[in-house]
Design a protein around this ligand. Structure first.
Ligand SMILES: [Zn+2]
Length: 74
């Protein structure tokens, strides 16, 4: 679990304390393997955004993020 305590945010370059392995509880970690017809055939893209950068990104969306209340939070 101590393998990767901190992760660099791709948006702002700040270190974010994440702890453990992806998917992290804090911030947004994305791993995307592009398909054959995408023009990025077979490429795997990976990035991490801290909460601030996530908020900044999602504010630019034409359609807002869907939000549901998680009922089983610790
Ligand atoms: Zn950031």
């Amino acid at each position: 679990m101590t393998e990767q305590e901190y992760t660099i945010c791709n948006g702002c370059g700040n270190q974010v304390k994440t702890g453990g392995a992806p998917p992290y509880a804090e911030g947004l970690s994305v791993t995307k393997t592009w398909g054959y017809f995408s023009g990025k055939d077979g490429e795997r893209h990976r990035f991490f955004l801290c909460e601030e950068c996530y908020d900044r990104l999602t504010k630019t969306f034409a359609v807002p993020v869907e939000i549901e209340e998680e009922t089983e939070l610790l």
